[in-house]
Write a protein that binds this ligand. Structure first.
Ligand code: SDX
Length: 429
């Protein structure tokens, strides 16, 4: 990393600010001294030009549509690896040897059960509770069960908590799904791989043997890889901010799940499929594209646009390919795919979308595949959270070990009333 300098003058006060350069990507101007030497803050609502940390986990080039996990292109990881290999890469920084992979799979598998009293949690929810509400509650509640892995200053406890989070998310997600359809919970089986185990916990019933369809398992495992991490997105930044106060990892992940739920973020996959269902047929697409362009209409094309990608989201390209493969393999003709293809075609040829550099993002096609795999729309963001837990945990662990990290505490531009005296109620109005 090289450091040069820039300078800024605020109200006549000049200060030199170091410029830091990373391995690849934009440099940063270190403004740590700015307030102390000028009395002024920077102002960047939405953090459109602000780097919050140093990180070595994920790199995105939004203009070129590049996504690297620890330097490896997402296309290669998704096509050649499996999700737990990506999880290992996220946590440890290198691809595992065969022995390391076997050990990691073994350790994660043996943390997939949850404390049996977690079952009682579910009895408190209505059957029609949104599964993301259940996930926020249950993941936060894990800190009530695992007191032996909440001391974040202990490296061993941090690792056990990380393995528990990655291992138990599929179990809790499957329980949330089973509860919503009134079926009994299915326990994990240690002789199944991570994603097959999850599919069995979701779709098996006690009345008969269940064989996981390998096409389903491979497609879903690839989807998990695509969703594993994405630099300092809103939910990851939430996890980091929660973690900066010293909160335990289960509480931090629960905060991340809550943030991911929003339709501008992870909730977009559920919203995108509902949008395609509302559009209904390719003939209606033009009308909805016009709505999306109308400044007076709050409607947006869900699954389109991105804060960083000003080119095609590389994950959306893989997602589109996976959607075609799954539908073909399962011999499913989904009219919504025709709607999505027509919507993408019209939008990408439209001046509004070209000028604003709006392309399909990961959420545009994922819903069609998840629907084909048998999941209800209410479970789509839960699946996103399941996969992103790996990235959240890796980013949280990186932050805890960062010597520069301190509690996150932004400032503000105050626009409220200047100081004034209290007026007794008898003298008001
Ligand atoms: C994810 O950050 C990440 O990495 C997130 C994520 C991850 O893996 O963690 O990639 C996952 O959250 C993907 C994004 C999913 N969300 C959606 O698909 C919802 C629809 N998209 C948008 O709401 C929007 O594009 C955002 C939220 C994704 C990005 O918003 P920005 O960067 O704040 O951009 P903006 O809202 O300022 O939009 C810029 C312009 C605006 O027009 P002007 O005010 O300049 O005239 O583009 C327009 C917007 O109105 N615009 C859209 C649009 N998205 C932006 N117009 C129509 N349809 C859209 N989808």
């Amino acid at each position: 990393m090289s450091v040069s300098a820039s300078s800024i003058t605020v109200d006549g006060k000049n200060v030199e600010l170091p410029v830091k350069t990373g391995t690849i990507g934009p440099s940063v101007v270190d403004i740590g001294k700015l307030y102390g030497q000028t009395g002024a803050f920077t102002f960047d609502p939405g953090f459109t030009s602000t780097a919050s940390c140093e990180s070595a986990i994920t790199y995105i080039d939004g203009d070129e549509g590049v996504l690297l996990y620890r330097g490896y292109p997402i296309e290669q990881l998704a096509e050649q690896g499996d999700f737990l290999e990506t999880a290992y890469l996220m946590l440890f920084g290198e691809l595992p040897t065969p022995a390391q992979k076997a050990d990691f799979d073994y350790r994660v598998t043996r943390h997939t059960m949850v404390h049996d009293q977690m079952n009682r949690f579910f009895q408190g929810f209505r059957r029609d509770a949104h599964p993301m509400a259940i996930m926020v509650a249950c993941v936060g509640a894990l800190s009530a069960f695992y007191h032996d892995s909440t001391d974040i200053s202990d490296e061993n406890q941090r690792m056990i908590a990380s393995l528990r989070m990655i291992a138990k998310m599929p179990t809790l997600a499957a329980m949330a799904y089973k509860y919503s359809i009134g079926q009994p919970f299915v326990y994990p089986k240690n002789d199944l791989d991570y994603t097959s185990n999850f599919l069995r916990m979701c779709f098996a019933v006690p009345c008969e043997e269940f064989q996981v369809n390998p096409t389903y398992a491979r497609a879903l495992d690839k989807i998990f890889i695509l969703h594993a991490d994405h630099e300092q997105n809103a939910s990851t930044s939430t996890v980091r901010l929660a973690g900066s106060s010293g909160a335990n990892p289960f509480a931090c992940i629960a905060a991340g799940i809550a943030c991911l739920w929003g339709p501008a973020h992870g909730g977009a996959n559920e919203a995108a499929l509902k949008m395609l269902m509302e559009i209904g047929t390719p003939d209606n697409v033009a009308k909805y594209v016009a709505k999306a362009k109308d400044k007076n209409d709050p409607f947006r094309l869900m699954g389109f646009g991105h804060r960083v990608y000003k080119n095609y989201d590389p994950r959306a390209r893989i997602m589109q390919k996976t959607t075609h493969e799954v539908l073909k393999e399962l011999n499913i003709k989904d009219d919504l795919l025709e709607v999505a293809i027509q919507l993408e075609k019209i939008a990408l040829e439209d001046e509004y979308f070209i000028e604003k550099k709006l392309y399909p993002n990961i959420d545009f096609y994922s819903g069609i595949t998840l629907k084909a795999l048998g999941f209800p729309t209410s479970m789509f963001t839960v699946l996103f959270a399941l996969a992103r837990t790996t990235g959240w945990i890796a980013q949280w662990a990186e932050m805890i070990q960062d010597p520069a990290q301190k509690i996150g505490r932004p400032r503000q531009l105050y626009v409220g009333p200047a100081q004034r005296d209290y007026v007794n109620i008898g003298q008001r109005g």
